[in-house]
Structures are given as C-alpha cells and as structure tokens.
Design a protein around this ligand. Structure first.
Ligand code: ADP
Ligand code: MG
Length: 590
C-alpha cells in the first residue's frame, strides 16, 4: 500500500473530531474568539440545540478584509505574537477551531474590522469557499454555523436530543459568563431567551465577580458563600493567586456539577483538584456529597501549559503541588475560621456529657445504657421485653437477623441472634427494600402511584432539567408523573406510593444531577434500573425514624425475605454481625 498525504479538507475533518465534539464545544470556541477580540457584548442564537444553527455575534475588533480567508486556514492565528507557546495570553492559540468547524458545517463569517469602514462576508461549505463579498455589518463579527456535522454523519449520530444539546450549550455560556463579568451575554434558543446578563460595572474586582456569580449561581449560594482570597510567590515568577467563593458545607450537591474552577480565564475540569477541594471540606460534608464553588486561579502564563487538550479544558502546572496546596490551604483556613466556633461548642458539649456520665456513675448507675439516644417507645437493653429464656424457648433467635433489642441513634437497630449481636443500618436496609419492591412492581407493571395534594414545583438547572424532561415517559412508568412548568421548572403531580414519606424535591434534584453527570445507558431496562437505584439509594428516601419493637422486627423479617438485602444499592452493607467470639476477642478473653 502506498503512503499518501491526506487532502487538507480531510485533515480538518479529522481535527474537527478532536476540537468539536458537539454543538456546545463549537459554541465555546466561537465565544472564546469573541472574548479574544475584546468584545463586551456577545449574542448567541441556537436552533435545535445548536444542531441546525449556532450563531455568535460580537462587538469586538473584527477581522481585516485581507485576513478573512486566513481565519479559516489551519494553523493560522493572530494570537501568538512572539511564536512563544510558553506565553499564551489569549484563549485561542492553535488556529484550529474555525477551519475544523468549517470543515464539517456550513459556516458564514461577517465582520467589520475596527480600522475599516467596510464590512465583508465569507461563506464556507464543508471546507470549500469562493470569494468574499460585501456585508452590511456595522460592528464586530458574526459567525454562524449551520448544520454542524452534516458532512460527518457518523458524528451526527452520537449527538443527544436537542434539549440535551441545548442545555450543554447553556452551561458553556454560563461558565464563560462567570469568568468574564464585564462581558454581556445573551442566549436565545429555539425562540426563547435563556440568558440575558448585562455587562457588570463594579469597580471593586471582588464585587464585580460576586455580582455575576449571584446572577449565574443564585442568591442562595452568593448570600452565604465564603470568600477565598490568597496568594503565594512562585520562584522569580511573580505570584499564584486564588480568588473566589466557596459554599457552606450545608449547601452541598450529589456531584461535581456545581463546581467552577478557572485558571487564567479558562474553565478547567480537573478531578484531582476538585478531589483536593472536597478533601479540604473533610467531614463537614456528608459522605458522597460535593461542595459548590467558583474559584479563579491566576498564575503567570509561563507557569502553565495549556497545550494539553484540544478543547483546552486541562492545564499542567510547572509546580502542581504548589497550586494544590494553595487551593487546599486557602479553603481549609477559611472553613476553619467559620467553623471553629461551632466545633468548639460541640467538643465542649461532649466533654460536659462525659463528665455528667462519670458523676452519675459514682452516685448511682445510669438506668439505661444509651439513655440519651434511645427513644422512650423502645425498651433498653437492660429491660428486655421478653426474658432471654422465653425468646430462646420460642426459637426467635434462629432468625438470621435475630430479634430487635433496641434502636440506637434513630438509625441503627441492635438485635440478637443465636450467634451474637447484629447491628442493622436502617437507612441502608430500607433503601434496599424500596429498590427491590420498586423493581418487582415495575416488572409486574403494578407500580402504585400516589397523587400529591400539593403538586411539587421544582426549579432545576438546565442540564438536569433537560435530562429529566427527556425521560418523562420512563419516569412515569416508574411512578413519577412530571410535566414541564415554565422557565427552568417542572411540576411533579404523582409519585410512586412507596416514596410517600420522602423528600420528593431532593430526590428529583439529586436524580437530575446524577443523570447529567453520569449519563444514561442506552438499554431501556438498564436505564430503569439505574434510575430506580439512584432514587432508592438516596438518603432522602427515609430520614432517621423512630421505630417501635414491632416495626423493627418487621423490618428485620422483611430483609431476610428480600433478595440482595445484604447491601444497599451502592454496595454499602446493610448489617454487621458481632458473634460472641468477636466480642470476646474485643475484650481479650480469647
Ligand atoms: P485561534 O483562536 O486559535 O487563533 P481560530 O480558528 O479560533 O483560532 O480563529 C482563527 C483566527 O480568526 C483568530 O486568530 C482571529 O484572528 C480570527 N477570529 C476568529 N473569530 C473572531 C472574532 N469573533 N473576532 C475577531 N477575530 C476573530
Ligand atoms: Mg479560537
């Protein structure tokens, strides 16, 4: 076989595979070009989630007549003035975006350069173009991309529904808006205005960003956010600075989707850094929950390499550890300041209790072992409701999960079987039971629905909203009757009867977040299982509840009957057993 050079257009189509994955990535490149062109107002129009049309119009410096065709030429850029990849001061530098997009779509540029009185236009179809021609444009540049990927049908097939693609685009605009507060952004999609953010004019930089953050991330976050401001010298190279805001631990989410990290003006996705930030919160956050933040890191441009990822969403630092410790150190310091008071009080209280306990012991033994935590409806270990002999006689101890002795901390059932002691995590067990029941009911098409007397109206972020709206039918098969309800909202009218006592709002919000970060498998059954699992495994299904003896024993018997009840849907155990032997070991008796 002969080796030959590929035609230019094919090269561009191949590059398009890396640079533009979907409408949102093309949109990101176009907006970044407008920002590089010093625009202060950017107007975006989308049709069909960007699949049919993406148009970005700006009031930036425009392109000179002689350079218009260069703009769509590969590796042609106006942004590396010194040919120095170590000093990248613009968002663009590869000269790849426009030629790649143009190779797989119908692209039109209309532009008026600042230094000229005339405006010009150029049409490119699947990479081919003729001459430029005069345009009526008054200022700046408008680039419109029609029928993205029509020239590469394989890619077209992988796009999601228009709703989902639209919400990816929405998310990109919000991200870029967070890091460019002086730029006004308007987004119109399929005839609806989704974003209209006016250019911010505050003089104090913190106020400037906070004002934009408030509009994008909501007042809930902005009102209580903790400010982060810190810097650290880099040898001979100036400073690494961190600015921004982090959410209180109480304002947490089920995944990374409310975390915004910008490095030198670029939105960056870095699991390691977000993991480090999660770690800085330590156990102030419940397990499996993620903090909300919007942080801006600025370092001298020669300190980072942004030429790592075609979409430019990753960077490498010359000194990773320094950045990590700057971020984590600054966050833990601020969290400590705001929490030292509360934690102080908690430890004082604990010491206090310990003292009273000791005092009690010297006077008279406490009446019950867990007197602070055991609810009055449940007898304590010291006062069994049947004598052990009685229980042994009716063989109750033969149940694998034994007979309930007490409930502890509203969430643990302590029971005794013939072998020793069993501790059951009531949440986890209940989650598993709900899941198995829902699965069985769905298989028999007998999911019982319960009409909500007060339908629950829920506000959702764009991507979770689109994910849920896209699966309305599937949700209804599981028992949720959901309808769209005005801008950014849904209304839940019916729910699976099994979830009667849960926090529906939290379940739906978490489900939307989980689906948008993890996506859904393609097979219908796998989808259903995944959604059911997510719903059942949420702590919101049932918060700690006081159970009486009967209810506890019922739960234990039900667990014994239910398949897979040994662990909750995400693999946490639902019970642990301590045999007499284990206990003797603990007391060094063996
Ligand atoms: P890069 O941004 O990496 O330079 P692009 O392919 O995105 O590569 O753009 C090529 C060139 O086209 C840019 O360097 C810039 O000079 C010009 N250009 C693109 N979009 C705009 C715009 N909105 N306003 C002014 N110039 C633009
Ligand atoms: Mg560019």
């Amino acid at each position: 076989m002969k080796i030959r050079r590929l035609p230019e257009n094919l090269i561009n189509q191949i590059a398009a595979g890396e640079v533009v994955e979907r409408p949102a990535s093309a949109l990101k490149e176009l907006i970044e070009n407008s920002i590089d062109a010093k625009a202060t107002q950017i107007d975006i129009v989308l049709d069909n989630g960007g699949k049919n049309l993406i148009s970005v119009s700006d009031n930036g410096i425009g392109i000179d007549k002689d350079h218009i065709t260069l703009a769509i030429e590969r590796h042609a850029t106006s942004k590396l003035p010194n040919n120095d990849l170590n000093r990248i001061d613009f968002l663009g530098f590869r000269g790849e975006a426009l030629p790649s997009i143009a190779a797989v779509s119908e692209l039109t540029i209309q532009t008026k350069s600042e230094s000229s009185t005339e405006a010009w236009a150029l049409d490119v179809t699947a990479g081919n173009f003729e001459n430029i021609y005069p345009s009526p444009r008054q200022q700046g540049t408008i680039i419109s991309v029609k029928n993205l990927f029509y020239a590469t049908p394989a890619r077209l097939k992988f796009l999601k529904s228009s709703n989902v693609e639209r919400s990816f685009c929405h998310q990109i605009v919000l991200k870029l808006a967070l890091v460019n507060p002086v730029v006004g952004f308007r987004l119109q999609a399929d005839g609806r205005e989704l974003i209209n953010l006016k250019s911010e004019h505050k003089t104090d930089p913190d106020d400037l960003y906070l004002s934009r953050i408030r509009k994008v991330m909501g007042s809930n976050f902005a009102d209580e956010a903790i400010k982060i401001k810190n810097s650290r010298p880099i040898k001979n190279k100036g400073f690494a600075k961190i600015n921004g805001f982090i959410g209180l631990p109480t304002l947490n989410k089920s995944n990374y989707s409310h975390q915004f990290l910008f490095i030198n003006g670029r939105s960056i996705q870095d699991r390691n850094l977000s993991g480090a930030i999660r770690a800085a919160y330590g156990d102030t956050l419940p397990k499996g929950r993620f903090p909300i933040f919007c942080l801006y890191i600025d370092v001298p441009s020669e300190f980072i390499d942004v030429n790592v990822h075609p979409g430019k969403t990753e960077v490498r630092f010359e000194d990773n550890a320094l950045i990590r410790s700057l971020i984590v150190g600054s966050i833990s310091r601020e969290l400590n300041v705001s929490y030292s008071q509360t934690t102080n009080e908690i430890s004082k209280e604990a010491i206090q209790r310990f003292n009273t306990y000791n005092n009690l012991e010297t006077k008279a033994p406490p009446t019950t072992l867990f007197s602070n935590n055991i609810e009055p409806s449940v007898r304590s270990i010291n006062e069994p409701y049947k004598t052990i002999e009685q229980l042994e006689k009716d063989n109750s101890f033969d149940f694998p999960l034994g007979v309930a002795l007490a409930q502890f901390s509203k969430n643990y059932i302590i029971s005794r079987n013939s072998d020793g002691i069993v501790i059951v995590d009531q949440h986890a067990a209940h989650e598993r039971l709900v899941l198995e029941k829902m699965k069985a009911a769905r298989e028999n098409k007998s999911i019982e629905k319960q009409i909500l007397l007060l339908p629950e109206v829920i506000n959702l972020d764009p991507i979770p909203l689109a994910m849920i709206l896209d699966h309305i039918e599937l949700m209804s098969e599981i028992g949720f009757v959901i309808e769209p309800f005005g801008e950014g909202m849904i209304v839940v009218r019916e729910i699976p009867a099994l979830l009667g006592d849960s926090d529906i709002k939290q379940i739906i919000v978490d489900l939307g977040d989980d689906l948008s970060s993890a996506g859904l498998p393609s097979s219908y059954l796998a989808k259903v299982d995944l959604i059911l699992g997510n719903i059942a495994c949420h702590r919101s299904v049932r918060s700690g509840r006081i159970l009486n003896e009967n209810e506890m024993n019922q739960l234990l018997r039900e667990m014994e009957r239910t398949p897979n009840s040994g662990q909750c849907n995400h693999g946490r155990p639902t019970s642990i057993r301590l045999s007499l032997k284990d206990i003797e070991k603990l007391f060094n008796r063996t």
